[in-house]
Design a protein around this ligand. Structure first.
Ligand code: 2AM
Length: 485
């Protein structure tokens, strides 16, 4: 059989089909395969009809035989066991130097494990985040590959050809780093997406419940917001959702039950932040806000018992709309600062060489969090690749300074009105904590030492020297040893 295909793709659900069509549009010959083999011919006779350089394979053996060397096999199958199963099925048909790519939403520890496993067999492995949904896959996703470093030159041209492009034409795909780095960056992207969505929902709640705005009025507000610093895909679709009516002429958004679903990538981000000891509070609140929303029956019951303040907005409505906009922007800066703090810590923990300007750049277009704002983040990291925190970049320090008054007014008003704004609020609390040279943890350490003899360090002694006080005169002067976590 002639070895003529550039790459094989296994998994013909919509993402897989669209990636194949996208690769084919860019001149690549692709072999298509699927567990349920009948779907191969269905695809060839439908979406891929008339494309001679999309070839169907009806067995893995046939698929492998059609591939140019080194072979490249991309999996677009359900995350989890299906990936491991296909790796085992494909392995006997590959040889050293060949490459398996997982383009699903795999959890990064799985990708670390699989990279090690395939490298131990002399093969190469990539786990790549692919963001942008069905449309992104078809016309330009944001792609976040990581894995065997030697594998990157093998797929760079294909991936960068099919990826979304930033306004200046740069592909939204670059090498993220070793083993699980690509899937970690994708997971963090999804966590940030949770945060961005929650922030927009809180702004909506304040406009709706705080100011009593109609959907049309909110649509007009978001239309304006999307022309400026908040210009982003998520603000854009929210603007459109607010004005969308069904056949009866009713707003669809008002008919949707207020219980949020989740598939787990936000939770993974939060769990990782706890594992690494990083205060990624906004994503955490966004995950919890979804959990609270899902407790619909409890909330309905509680709403009949638990009272809040009676609130009637008085004052300048237009000025408060601007306060909300600035609160959204400032909170978003905190969320991204936290996201990059997490990435930095993960890079240390897992020994990845993450490239921060590239990460901002691959998120600039193609993915769900794409925005003008990410261009500014890319500029900040390009100015200083060692930037320890986004909040300390001159541009972002300036924006926060400018937004701070509005941000505090919006949060204060939400608290006064009894309207929950957990992400706005936690962002501000983080900002105030991060800029505090002194926090009340001296007292906390005293408490720990009092009841558990956990010891403390002193302000007048070198770091790393630990002291214990016999607070009650009864416990004795033996300390419980020290630990830092
Ligand atoms: P299928 O068409 O045979 O169901 C998205 O669900 C893709 O992942 C589909 O191509 C699907 O194949 C594949 N998939 C889902 N679960 C799988 C499994 N356990 N093993 C192999 N492929 C699987």
């Amino acid at each position: 059989m002639e070895q003529k295909a550039d790459i094989a793709l296994i998994g013909l659900a919509v993402m897989g089909q669209n990636l194949i069509l996208n690769m084919n549009d860019h001149g690549y010959t692709v072999v298509a395969f699927n567990r349920t083999v009948s779907k191969v011919d269905e695809f060839l006779n439908d979406a891929a009809k008339g494309r001679k350089t999309i070839i169907g394979a009806h067995s893995i053996q046939e698929m492998a035989a059609l591939l140019k060397r080194p072979r490249k096999v991309m999996l677009m199958v359900k995350a989890g066991q299906a990936v491991d199963d296909f790796i085992e099925l494909v392995l006997p048909h590959l040889e050293p130097g060949d490459l398996i790519i997982d383009g699903g939403n795999s959890h990064f520890p799985d990708t670390i494990r699989r990279t090690k496993y395939l490298e131990s067999k002399g093969l190469l492995y990539i786990g790549t985040g692919v963001s942008g949904g069905e449309e992104g896959a078809r016309f330009g996703p944001s792609m976040m590959p990581g894995g065997s470093v030697k594998a990157w030159p093998l797929v760079k041209d294909i991936f960068q050809a099919i990826a979304a492009k930033t306004p200046d034409g740069t592909p939204c795909c670059d090498w993220m780093g070793e083993d699980g780095a690509g899937h970690y960056v994708k997971m963090t992207h999804n966590g940030i997406e949770y945060g961005d969505m929650q922030l927009i929902c809180e702004a909506y709640q304040l406009l709706k419940e705080g100011l009593g705005m109609s959907n049309e009025e909110m649509h007009a507000v978001l239309t304006e917001w999307n022309k400026g610093e908040l210009d982003s895909y998520l603000v854009e679709i929210t603007r459109d959702i607010l004005a969308y009516k069904d056949a009866q002429g009713d707003y669809v958004v008002d008919k949707i039950l207020d219980t949020a679903g989740q598939k787990g990538t936000g939770k993974w981000t939060s769990v990782s932040s706890l594992d690494l000891g990083m205060p990624v509070t906004l994503i955490g609140e966004a995950v919890y806000a979804r959990c609270l929303s899902a407790m619909k029956d409890d909330r309905v019951a509680a709403s009949k018992i638990l009272q809040g303040p009676k609130f009637q907005f008085s004052g300048d409505k237009k000025a408060f709309v601007e306060d909300i906009r600035q609160a959204l922007l400032a909170s978003k800066i905190v969320s991204y600062a936290q996201g990059f703090m997490l990435l930095r810590e993960a890079a240390k923990e897992y020994h990845w060489n993450l490239n921060y300007p590239s990460i901002a750049m691959v998120w600039r277009a193609g993915c769900i969090i794409r925005s003008v704002f990410l261009g500014k983040i890319k500029d900040a990291f390009a100015r200083n690749p060692n930037l320890s925190n986004l909040l300390l970049d001159d541009y972002f320090t300036g924006v926060i300074e400018r937004c701070q008054g509005s941000w505090r007014r919006a949060v204060a008003k939400a608290v006064e009105a009894g309207i929950p704004a957990p992400a706005f609020t936690t962002a501000l609390a983080f900002y105030d904590g991060y800029r505090s040279a002194r926090l009340p943890a001296n007292l906390l350490q005293a408490q720990r030492d009092y009841f558990g003899a956990h010891t403390y360090e002193r302000i007048d002694q070198p770091r790393g020297k630990f002291f214990h006080t016999n607070w009650t005169g009864k416990g004795g002067s033996v300390s419980a040893g020290t630990y830092t976590v």
